[in-house]
Design a protein around this ligand. Sequence first.
Ligand code: 6PG
Length: 244
Amino acid sequence: MERRIIVTKNLQELSQQAAAYCLEKALRAVATQGKFFLVLAGGSTPSLLYQRLSSPPLRQQMPWSQTHLFFADERSVASTHAHSNVAMAYATLIDRIDIPQENVHIMRAELASIRQHAWRYAQDIAATVPQRNGVPQFDLVLLGMGEDGHTASLFPETPILHEQRWVAANYVEKLNTWRVSMTYPLLNHSLDIAILAAGENKAAIVREVLHTTDAPRYPIQAIRPQRELTWFLDQAAASRMTSL
Ligand code: 6PG
């Protein structure tokens, strides 16, 4: 696995570079297999990236009709809720592009049947995404990172870190909430992963994660795609890195 770290002046530039990266991966995947299987990150950092992808010129350049969109994780709320990752993606990307409705694979996580939602999502992935060695292989996964080193809904000291199923429900005690999330066996089978981190509040964890030679302590450190792991950081998030 190759690891790259890209540092940009600010979130605007980070989003622009990450959008160009998505286009490059999309065109490569479509040229190779006729389709592009992309997993969207939740949280707030990627929203500007999604707006870039759904604005000219990228809106016209992206092969949306051959693209399938999935979600790395979702909060235990309705897909229309203000805190929903699906809702954020619709507002900043999906409602602004010409993508076939059947190509958007919504992750549902309402509490009432959260385990069934996780199981059904894994079935949808299995039925849609080409498998390599018996595991679906996404072309590109976008991820964020929390200040505690979580990514998707893989939070420190939670059961999902040891989960072998591809998608699972996860109770996050410190947030007193349930999530649905893709797991390491699925995420790490993807070809490429891009992690986006911006802002001064991420500087400490970025240094911990990218600089330490100690044994891995944070969930994000166990993210290892098959081909390429690219970190997109703005200067604020990279500000405690002594050398890059
Ligand atoms: C979520 C995300 C989560 C997010 C990080 C960073 O549902 O919140 O999946 O993993 O990427 O918490 O969030 P920000 O981008 O808002 O800092």
